[in-house]
Write a protein of this length. Structure first.
Length: 82
């Protein structure tokens, strides 16, 4: 994936996952980071399930699912510390 496309997908996935997870976003750059890490997590999950994502929309969905997974894990870790 082209770097600019990767960053756009990361931004979109991070922002959208922050909205879905009820305001657990981390700001503009944090959301990009969550989206990018989420893209890697989503790619790992898709690969483990034998699925592949082709195109911008499919990659955005994959990154979104990975970002939501990442935010859920962060919420679990924070919940145990609090």
């Amino acid at each position: 994936m082209h770097l600019v496309t990767f960053l756009l997908v990361g931004l979109l996935a991070g922002w959208l996952s922050g909205e879905v997870m009820k305001g657990r976003g981390f700001g503009f750059f944090g959301d990009i980071g969550v989206g990018i890490v989420g893209a890697f997590i989503g790619a790992y999950i898709f690969d483990a399930l034998g699925l592949e994502a082709y195109g911008f929309v499919a990659n955005a969905i994959m990154a979104f699912l990975g970002a939501v997974t990442l935010l859920a894990l962060i919420a679990l870790v924070r919940g145990r510390k609090a």
